[in-house]
Design a protein around this ligand. Structure first.
Ligand code: ADP
Ligand code: ADP
Length: 224
C-alpha cells in the first residue's frame, strides 16, 4: 500500500498579472522501501513537488495523503506535527547547525520531538555508525568533508524514523566518486528501514540505480 499519495495536486504561483501553473493534476505515490528518482530540468517544478509532498506547501487543489491521512486541509500546526514525525528532508547543501557536533545535529529532531537526551544520543550514534562516520561524532560540520556533511544530513533526516524521505539534489554538491558513495549509504538506509524516498537528481547514473524514474511534464508526474 502507498505510504504517500499525491492526488490530482494543483500548484499555481501568481506573478504580477500572470498565473503560473506548476502542478496540474499531479498524481504520484510511493510504497515503503522504494527509491524513486525525480529527473527534470531546472524550473520544471521539482522543488514545488517535494515541498508539496512534504507538507511545506499546501496544494491549491487535490490532496496529499500521508500514512492514510488526508493532509491538504489540516491546520498548520497539525501539518507541522505530521511533517516532523513522518517526513525527512535532505537538500543539496547540508544546512547543519554549525555550532553543534555531528552527533548533536542528528539528535536535534529527536529532542524537538521530545525524546529523552540519552535515547536521542543512542539513536544518533547508531545512525553515525551505519553511515560509517562514527569517528566523526564530535566534529562540527566545518571539520567534515562534503561527503561526511551530507551523510550527517541524511542521518538527521531519518533520525525520527520518518515514513518518507524527500531529497533535493542530495549529492549535487559532491564530486562523482563521493556522490556515488553517499548515494550507496542512502540507498542502504532506505532498504534497511523500509523508508520510501523521492530523490530529485540531475545525476543520470544515480537515477539509473534507483527503483524507477519519474519526471514532470505539463504539470503532471510521468514515468520515464
Ligand atoms: P525546480 O525545483 O524544478 O527548479 P521549482 O519548483 O523551484 O522548480 O520552480 C518551478 C517554477 O515555479 C519556476 O518557474 C519558479 O520560478 C516558479 N516558482 C517557484 N517558487 C515560486 C514562488 N514562491 N513564487 C513564484 N514563482 C515560483
Ligand atoms: P519561512 O518563514 O518562509 O517558513 P524558513 O526559514 O522556515 O522560512 O524556510 C526557508 C525555506 O526552507 C523555505 O523555502 C522552506 O521551503 C524550507 N523549510 C521550511 N521549514 C522546513 C522544514 N521543517 N524542513 C525542511 N525545509 C523547510
Amino acid at each position: 500500500a502507498a505510504v504517500i499519495e499525491l492526488k490530482s495536486v494543483e500548484r499555481h504561483y501568481v506573478q504580477g498579472q500572470r498565473k503560473l501553473t506548476i502542478l496540474s493534476g499531479a498524481d504520484f505515490s510511493l510504497v515503503p522501501g522504494e527509491m524513486v528518482a525525480l529527473v527534470a530540468p531546472s524550473g520544471a517544478g521539482k522543488s514545488t513537488l517535494l515541498h508539496t509532498a512534504g507538507l511545506l506547501e499546501r496544494p491549491d487543489g487535490g490532496d496529499v495523503i500521508l500514512g492514510g491521512r488526508a493532509c491538504g486541509r489540516l491546520s498548520d500546526d497539525e501539518r507541522t506535527a505530521i511533517r516532523r514525525n513522518d517526513i525527512g528532508f535532505v537538500y543539496q547543501f547540508h544546512h547543519l547547525l554549525p555550532e553543534f557536533s555531528a552527533l548533536e545535529n542528528i539528535m536535534m529532531p529527536q529532542i524537538i520531538k521530545g525524546l529523552p537526551q540519552a535515547e536521542a544520543a543512542k539513536r544518533a550514534e547508531q545512525l553515525l555508525d551505519y553511515m560509517q562516520i562514527g569517528k566523526r561524532a564530535h566534529h562540527r560540520p566545518a571539520e567534515l568533508s562534503g561527503g561526511e556533511q551530507q551523510r550527517v544530513a541524511i542521518a538527521r533526516a531519518v533520525a525520527n524514523a520518518p515514513l518518507v524521505l524527500l531529497a533535493d539534489e542530495p549529492t549535487g554538491n559532491l564530486d562523482p566518486h563521493t556522490a556515488s558513495y553517499v548515494f550507496d549509504a542512502l540507498a542502504a538506509l532506505v532498504k534497511q528501514s523500509g523508508l520510501a524516498a523521492l530523490i530529485a537528481t540531475h545525476n543520470h547514473e544515480l537515477a539509473r540505480r534507483m527503483d524507477r524514474r519519474v519526471t514532470l511534464s505539463e504539470g503532471k508526474v510521468v514515468s520515464l
